[in-house]
Write a protein that binds this ligand. Structure first.
Ligand SMILES: [Zn+2]
Length: 163
């Protein structure tokens, strides 16, 4: 199914934020979105529960994208989480998430985190998941079609990207 106009527009907006010079990698795009919103977005790897690829945590003062450690297609997951953010998909309140999963039910998490969204796409995902997937696919496709000196999506390794 082709991506909706809403998704197509969001991908274009993100690509428009790309630095005008130098290579455009996914982490650079995340940085550009962060600058644009005037709100930091941190990238980090983490040992997430099995089957989870990525998680978006929304704190009062910043957003954090956690990517499952050792994930081979991390760029796809990062683009997916970015999709949730730019498409305005709210995560579920952490208190509710904590009630559903005792793993995250520490008072520290509940105190500092406003929302989180966790997931790995399955074929029958909710609408927001499908939208984030469409966003990720289109963003990666269009990144790959930038002039080769500007697209570094395949050259950037996870370690470099996450510093
Ligand atoms: Zn998702």
């Amino acid at each position: 199914m082709p991506a909706s106009r809403r998704v197509t527009r969001a991908v274009s907006e993100v690509l428009d934020m790309a630095p005008r010079r130098g290579e455009v990698s996914l982490p650079r795009l995340v940085e550009a979105v962060s600058d644009n919103r005037d709100r930091p977005i941190e990238l980090t790897t983490a040992d997430l529960p099995p089957g989870v690829c990525g998680q978006w945590r929304q704190y009062a003062d910043r957003d954090v994208f956690l990517i499952q450690r050792g994930l081979p297609a991390w760029d796809r997951t990062l683009a997916h989480e970015l999709g949730h953010l730019v498409l305005g998909h709210e995560g579920i309140p952490v208190v509710q998430a904590a009630m559903e999963s005792t793993e995250v039910a520490s008072s520290e998490l509940i105190g500092y985190m406003l929302n989180q969204r966790t997931g790995c796409m399955g074929p029958s995902g909710e609408d927001a998941e499908q939208e984030a997937e469409d966003f990720a696919a289109l963003l990666i496709y269009r990144l790959g079609r930038l002039p080769s000196d500007r697209s570094s999506i395949v050259q950037v390794r996870l370690g470099e990207a996450f510093g």
